[in-house]
Design a protein around this ligand. Sequence first.
Ligand SMILES: *[C@@H]1O[C@H](CO)[C@@H](O)[C@H](O)[C@H]1NC(C)=O
Ligand SMILES: *[C@@H]1O[C@H](CO)[C@@H](O)[C@H](O)[C@H]1NC(C)=O
Ligand SMILES: *[C@@H]1O[C@H](CO)[C@@H](O)[C@H](O)[C@H]1NC(C)=O
Ligand SMILES: *[C@@H]1O[C@H](CO)[C@@H](O)[C@H](O)[C@H]1NC(C)=O
Ligand SMILES: *[C@@H]1O[C@H](CO)[C@@H](O)[C@H](O)[C@H]1NC(C)=O
Ligand SMILES: *[C@@H]1O[C@H](CO)[C@@H](O)[C@H](O)[C@H]1NC(C)=O
Ligand SMILES: *[C@@H]1O[C@H](CO)[C@@H](O)[C@H](O)[C@H]1NC(C)=O
Ligand SMILES: *[C@@H]1O[C@H](CO)[C@@H](O)[C@H](O)[C@H]1NC(C)=O
Ligand SMILES: *[C@@H]1O[C@H](CO)[C@@H](O)[C@H](O)[C@H]1NC(C)=O
Length: 788
Amino acid sequence: MHSLVSVGIILFYTFVSQEVVSIPFPTGAVRTECRDRYFWVWLDKSALGESSWSYSVLNELGQRIPVTEHIAAQCGFTHGVDLYGNPEIRISFLACSIHNVFDQDFSLQLQVEVTSLDNLTTAYEVSMNCPLDVPWSPREIVCEENYMEVSVRRAVPGITSEALNEDWIAAWPVAQGAMNQVWQVIFHFQNDSLQDMMATQAHALGYGFNTTATRVLFRSPYSTQQTEVTMVQGLEVEVARAMVFYKQAWMILMVDTAVACPVNPPTFTATTFRWPSPRIMPSLVAFPHQYKDESIEMGVDGRRIDRTTIVQNGYIFLTDTNFISITVPIGAAGGLTESDVIGNRYGTTYSIKLLLDRRWQGDESDWTRHRILKSIRTPFAPQMPVLINNTVPERGYFDVSIGNFLPDVELTMIAIGAKPLMPPELKEHGFSLEEVLNPNNTRVFILKVPFSNPLVEQKYLYGNIRRYTLHLKYTFFLVPKSKSFTHPGVIECEVPDVVLPVFEGFCEAGQIGLVMTRGNLDRYWIPYVGSLQLTNELAVSQNYTVQDDGNYFYLLVPFLATGLVYEDISLHGVTARLDFSLRDNKTLLAMVDFSRSCVFPTGKLLVCLSNGTMTATILSLDTKPELNPRRTHLRDKNCRPVTVDETKALFTFPVATCGTTRKFEGNYLVYENEVIFEREMIPEANPIITRDPQYRLTLRCRYRLNETLRAWAQRLLREWVTPGPYPLGLRAYQRKRAANGQTISQPAGGASTDAKGKAWLWFLPFSVALSGVAATVDTILPVQLFGR
Ligand SMILES: *[C@@H]1O[C@H](CO)[C@@H](O)[C@H](O)[C@H]1NC(C)=O
Ligand SMILES: *[C@@H]1O[C@H](CO)[C@@H](O)[C@H](O)[C@H]1NC(C)=O
Ligand SMILES: *[C@@H]1O[C@H](CO)[C@@H](O)[C@H](O)[C@H]1NC(C)=O
Ligand SMILES: *[C@@H]1O[C@H](CO)[C@@H](O)[C@H](O)[C@H]1NC(C)=O
Ligand SMILES: *[C@@H]1O[C@H](CO)[C@@H](O)[C@H](O)[C@H]1NC(C)=O
Ligand SMILES: *[C@@H]1O[C@H](CO)[C@@H](O)[C@H](O)[C@H]1NC(C)=O
Ligand SMILES: *[C@@H]1O[C@H](CO)[C@@H](O)[C@H](O)[C@H]1NC(C)=O
Ligand SMILES: *[C@@H]1O[C@H](CO)[C@@H](O)[C@H](O)[C@H]1NC(C)=O
Ligand SMILES: *[C@@H]1O[C@H](CO)[C@@H](O)[C@H](O)[C@H]1NC(C)=O
C-alpha cells in the first residue's frame, strides 16, 4: 500500500505548478452537493460570463494538481455542463487527493481558475465534506461518462469452499511467480492470453489504483489497450478483466477488479428513445444460475427516482430476463429540450442524464452494486416554425402568428416588405407584436399589420377587389448559442374594399370634357389621354384644362388638341373622341378607362392626324365674292376635295403627296401645302378678265421630331450616304408588326436638306402621335437608295 501511494505522489509532482492564492467564490457563483458517492460542484454560467475556467485539486500535502482530461479519467473526476449549460464537476469519493477518513467521511479541496477575456486569472477555492450515506457494498462498480471504476472490500473473509472463477485460476500462476512486495495487475483477455504489469506501469498507461482503509480500487478509462468490447445480448459492453495483487513471502493478496460497462447507444424514434442494458454481464457474474436481482432503480441527474415519478414523467422502466430498458419520451420532464440551428434550419435537441443503479447477488459472497451514469442527447430534430394566418378581411389588418418556440429563442427582427424592424420599431410603425405562452412552455409571436400600412403591398385585381400582400422575414436568435435563423412568410388577403372612380363626360364649345369622382385607389394610377401620359407638359402645350381637388378630377381637351381620336371628319362635322384611362404605376396596364365622343361643326378646320394625314376644310364665305368650293385644289392640281357642297370643301391627303413640301424648323418637321382656287378666265386662251377672287390658303402641319431619331438619322446618313449633293432619294423603312403577326415594312420617311444645306434623314413618327413624341418603331431598316 505504501508503494502505491508514493507512485501517485511521484507522478503528480510533475503537474504541480507554483502556488496560487485562492479566494472563496462569491455567493451564488458555485453550488455544491453530496449526492450518492459523489461530490457535485456546479459553477454558475452567468457568473462565469465569457471567462474560461479550469480546475485543480489540492492533495494532502497542499499541492495543486491541475485536472486534465487524462487525469480526470485516471483519478475519478468528471467535468462537463449540466442541462442548462452550467459547468458541472463530479468527483468520486474514491478519487485521487480526497481526504478519506476510514471510508466513512470524505473531504475535497478544489481550486477553480477563472480566466477572463483579458487574461486575468482568479483562483477560487471550493471545499467540501461528505459523509457516506449508504454503506459500501462488497463490490461497487461505476460506469461514469469518462471512466469505469470498481472498488472491492478487502477484508479477508473466512475460509470457504467456493470454487474459483476462471480469471482467478488463470491469474494464479502469474501471481505466484511475480515479484514480492509490489502491487501488480494482470489483465485477462477474451483470447485467454494474459498481460501482467507493475502498478507503476499500469499507472503510466492511465489506470488508477489505490487502497483505502477497507477497499481496493481500480479505475480504467474507456477504450484502452487492455479493455475489450464484448457483445452481451447483442449490446456492446466494455470490459476490463483486471486482477490486482500483492504478494508477500507468505501470502498473495489477489483482488478481482473486473469491471464491465454497457456502452451501447440508445435507439431513437421520432418521439422517444430507448436505452437497453443487459441484465446480466457475464464478466461480472461467475454463476449466472445463482444470480439474483436485489434492486433495480433508475434515476435522473445522479439521483434515484421512485415509481410515481417514473410514471408521472412518462418514462417506461422495464426489466425482463435479458434486458433492463429505459424508454423516455422526447421532451419529458427531467430532461431539457433546447433549440438549435443547423444551416438556417430551426430544430431542437433533448438531453437527459440517466442513472441506472442496481444491486445484485452473484453468489453468497458476491454483493455487487452497479451504477451507470448515462448522458443522452437526441439528434437534431428539425422543427418547422408554424406560421398561421388568422387574418379576418373585415378587420382590416393582417393577423399572423408564428410558433412554437422554446424560451431560449428570441425574436429580434421582422422585415416587413423588406424593411427590417426591431420589436420596438414595430410599435412605432403602428404594428402590434404579442408574445403568447403555450401550456407546454413554448411561445407564439402574434403580429398585426393594418392593410393600409405603406409597407403592405396592394394590387387592384378586378371589380372592387384588391389584394393586400404582406411580405415577412422573421429573424430569431438563440440566446445561449448565439446563433440566428430566419423564416420567411407571405400572407395575402383579397378584400372587396375598392371604390372605383366614376366618370361623367360632356361636350362643350370646342372641347371634350370629363369629371371623375375619385375612388380610393386611383391616386396610385397614372392618367393617360389615348396613348399619351397626361403630364403637365402635355396639358400646357395642348391647352388642356386639368383640375384636381382630391375628390374630383376635371379635364377639358380642345377638340383639335393632340391626344384625341378623330372618328369621322366630314363636311357635316368632326367626331372627336377622348380616350381617358388610368394605368397601373408599374405595369402600365389600364385599370379603368372612359371614352367620350363629341361632334363638332366643321368650320374652317385643319387637322394634322398622327398617321401623317392632313385634313382641311375651306369655306366659300372666306372670299368676296364667294368662291366655288368645287373649283379648289391643292398644289398638285389632281388633288381635289374629297367632298364638297355649296359652301364647303374637305381635303384629306397624306403629307407625302399632293405637292406637299417639308422643311425643318428647329425640332419640327413642317409640311406645307396650299388650297388654290382655280379662277375662271375670260377669254380662256389669253386671260385678262376674271370675276373670281384671288385665293390661296396655306395649310401647315408641324410634327415634332424625336431627338433620338434625328441623331440616329444623322449618323445613318454619314455612314451610308456619300457626301456631295445630298440625295433626296433616300427612303427609310419602318418595320411594324401587323395584326396577323406578320412583319410588314412600310416607308417611314425620306431625306431632306435644311437651310444650311445639311442633310437629314427623317422618319415620320406617324405611328405614334401628332406631336411625334415617341415612335413605336421596332426596327428601322437600313436606308435604301432608290435612285434619283
Ligand atoms: C489513495 O487513497 C487515499 C485514501 O485512502 C488517499 O489519501 C490518496 O490520495 C489516494 N491516492 C491516490 C493516488 O489516489
Ligand atoms: C492570453 O494568454 C494566452 C497564453 O498565455 C495567449 O496565447 C493569449 O494570446 C493571451 N490573450 C490575450 C488577449 O492576451
Ligand atoms: C489477445 O488480445 C489482446 C487484446 O486484444 C491482444 O493484445 C493480445 O495480443 C492477444 N493475444 C493473442 C495471443 O492473440
Ligand atoms: C406546444 O404546444 C403547442 C400549442 O399547444 C403545440 O402546437 C406544439 O406542438 C407543442 N410543442 C411541443 C414541443 O409539444
Ligand atoms: C389568409 O387568410 C385570409 C382570410 O381568411 C385568406 O383570404 C387568405 O387567402 C389567407 N392567405 C394566405 C396566404 O393564406
Ligand atoms: C404604385 O401603386 C401602389 C399601389 O398599387 C402604391 O402602393 C405605390 O406607392 C405606388 N407607387 C408610386 C411610386 O406611386
Ligand atoms: C393654346 O391657346 C393659345 C391661346 O388661347 C393659342 O395661342 C395656342 O395656339 C393654343 N395651342 C394649341 C396647341 O391649341
Ligand atoms: C389616318 O387616320 C384617319 C383618321 O383616323 C383615317 O381616316 C385615315 O384612313 C388614316 N390614313 C392612313 C393613311 O392610315
Ligand atoms: C425617341 O424615340 C425613341 C424610339 O421610340 C425613344 O426610345 C426615345 O425615348 C424618344 N426620345 C425622346 C426624347 O422622346
